[in-house]
Design a protein around this ligand. Sequence first.
Ligand code: FES
Length: 132
Amino acid sequence: MRPPSRRRLELLAWLSLVPLGGLSWAMARAQRGRSRTPGRHVVRGPLPEGLTVDGPVALWRAGGSVGAVSRRCPHLGCTVRPAADGTLACPCHGSRFDAHGRVTRGPAKADLAPLRVTPEIDGDGYVVDLRS
Ligand code: FES
């Protein structure tokens, strides 16, 4: 009987790792949670008062009101960042936005895009609809 070829041994080794790889993939996916669902972003709570930046969204909370805007600058699409004064600043050309995403200084002429945000059903976070 011929010994198995190197290629066959590699294939067997690879097949023996698939269940473990599949398991770790499933566990990693479960840990990332629903924020990986296309079109929505989950922000883990509780949300502090004021401005919070989380991934592609900026959220603000004032008392019981919560709102979210996209961090994509309407000028040329750079990602806005939180500024020390509680506003949002675009690092590319200097546009500024208040905490609610309203433009306060150009060159951007439009506000940051508002996004629909709803409380998480089974947690204290929020679900932001990135397509809204
Ligand atoms: S891309 Fe934001 S100001 Fe130009």
